[in-house]
Design a protein around this ligand. Structure first.
Ligand code: NAD
Length: 491
């Protein structure tokens, strides 16, 4: 079986670790490859950092306009190969074809925004801040930066960081999720075709050990992490204790409020996609749906009608709207959480636990589940499910709904569906979340905006994407200089 190589110092190289784990297709458990793992992957990080440090010295002197030329080429390579890349994403992560293509498009949008770095990186100047004295602030790169990414967006999340890091003059190391490393293998075939200094962008595999090596290496100056909250908290505390700049995005539990004045039919379709798209494995997947003053149960009925028609299957097959979850362990965890909700008093109105897809009997499939009357003060309402499960709760008014939204530990996203501008405005001002949707079910910021997150969904200050990314990957230098006019030479 093929053991995946790292990409270090501009070449495909075997890992120094002999230990491996399997990468499997979640739809049928087929082993797709073996990925290096274990304590010796630390040595791979060492090699990648060494070559990245050398490449940085050369790259930081290349004018920014030239640096972004490599990104233009990368954009075209991604576009040309979108179909084959999407198929790999579906194979290893289980997404549908449309979801896989959608995430590559979001990755490309980040490359496009980073191509604007010559403008985004511009500094500030004040002439004559005192007589004959000018002061300016410029931005310079940090050195070697690294990202550590989760399984649920094998291509896109790396692009919240990589294009900005490179455009601003840093070198970069990617450590993808060991569950979905194949997408990055393909993307590094494109990176290999760019005319870049050797070692400028590296790929290292592994799990906790390679991450720890990144956290400890003194030459790595910045770390971008996306994954679960416990690991995000660990990365942030260890990385910052080691003197690194860290942005760590964590888990989520996203609520959606639906008011009786919303367009119920349209809202139900959008909400269903938010909960069940990517089999609920999106950090912006809605989990708790709060119906407000739904006296006749119209909202519930519309949701139920939309949801029961969704089809589960292998993501690359036609007419499939939901693929499998990532691993059998993940499926068991979700099933246990559904049971927990029932034990805590919820009523199950759609049960997606006993699902088998013809031709894919070994897959980690679930179909949409709806739990009604979920207890507000119990465990299920607080825990990230990361699976295709909707928890329905009902509230009397918008005040009560906002209070509930703000009571959770996470703060990645909160959305409202309403026909009232005043209610929408109240919600966007008062809801404690970094990304707000109004009549939008997945409030994913476009690449021009930071991917905001609050509370236990984010540790750090500057987020990925857009101007925040430019700031994260640069340090400011303020220069103050005196050139009194009496010093001017007369020729
Ligand atoms: P995870 O935390 O298990 O893994 C993420 C990365 O951390 C992987 O590369 C993994 O190798 C590494 N890792 C895992 N355990 C580690 C440990 N103990 N020490 C050091 N490194 C470790 O997350 P996942 O299961 O791959 O992804 C799902 C999670 O990611 C969900 O909680 C989801 O909400 C979150 N997520 C958040 C965002 C966001 O923008 N906030 C986006 C996508 C996913």
């Amino acid at each position: 079986m093929n053991v995946l190589k790292n990409y270090i110092n501009g070449a495909w190289t075997e890992s120094l670790s002999k230990e491996t784990i399997a990468v499997t297709n979640p739809a049928n458990q087929e082993v797709l490859a073996k990925v290096p793992y274990g304590v010796d992957t630390r040595k791979d990080v060492e090699l990648a950092t060494e070559s990245a440090s050398k490449a940085f010295k050369e790259w930081c002197k290349v004018p920014v306009i030239k640096r972004v030329q490599a990104l233009y080429k990368l954009k075209f390579l991604l576009e040309e190969n979108i179909e084959s890349l999407a198929e790999i994403i579906t194979q290893e992560s289980g997404k549908t074809r449309a979801e896989s293509i959608g995430e590559i498009q979001r990755a490309i949008e980040n490359v496009e925004v980073a191509c604007g770095t010559p403008m985004l990186i511009a500094g500030d100047v004040i002439e004559d801040i005192a007589s004959g004295v000018d002061e300016m602030m410029i931005r310079q790169p940090l050195g070697v930066a690294a990202c550590i990414t989760p399984f649920n967006f094998p291509s896109m999340i790396v692009f919240w960081f990589l294009p900005y890091a490179i455009a601003t003059g840093n070198s970069f190391i990617v450590k993808p999720s060991e569950k979905v490393p194949l997408t990055m293998m393909k993307i590094f075939e494109f990176i290999d075709q760019l005319d870049l200094p050797k070692g400028l962008i590296s790929l290292v595999h592994g799990g906790k050990e390679s991450v720890d090596a990144i956290l400890e290496h003194p030459s790595i100056k910045a770390i971008s992490f996306v994954g679960s909250t416990p690991v995000a908290r660990y990365i942030y505390s260890k990385g910052t204790a080691n003197g690194k700049r860290v942005q760590a995005q964590g888990g989520a539990k996203n609520p959606i409020v639906i008011l009786p004045d919303a367009d119920i039919e349209m809202s139900s379709k959008i909400i269903a996609d938010s909960v069940y798209g990517c089999a609920g494995q999106r950090c912006l997947a809605a989990s708790t749906i709060i119906t407000v003053n739904d006296q006749k149960g119209q909202i519930k009925e519309a949701l139920y009608e939309t949801i029961k028609s969704r089809t589960t299957g292998y993501g690359w097959d036609d007419n499939v709207s939901m693929g499998p979850v990532i691993t059998p362990e993940s499926k068991d965890r979700i099933n246990n959480l559904i049971q927990l909700g029932i034990d805590e008093g919820a009523k199950i109105v759609l049960d997606g636990r006993k699902t088998s897809v013809s031709g894919y009997e070994n897959g980690n499939f679930l179909t949409p589940t709806i739990l009604e009357n979920v207890a507000l003060n119990k465990e299920l309402i607080k825990t990230e499910i990361f699976g295709p499960v909707m928890s329905l709760v009902s509230m009397k008014n918008i005040e009560e709904a906002i209070q509930f939204v703000n009571s959770g530990n996470y703060g990645n996203m909160a959305c409202i569906f309403t026909g009232s501008g005043a209610n929408a405005r109240k919600f966007r001002n008062e809801a404690d979340a970094g990304n707000i949707g109004i009549n939008i079910g997945v409030a994913a910021p476009m690449a021009q905006f930071p991917f905001s997150g609050w509370k236990d969904s984010f540790f750090g200050d500057l987020h990925g994407q857009g101007k925040h990314a430019i700031e994260f990957f640069t340090q400011t230098k303020v220069i103050i200089e005196r050139w009194p006019k009496e010093w001017s030479c007369k020729f």
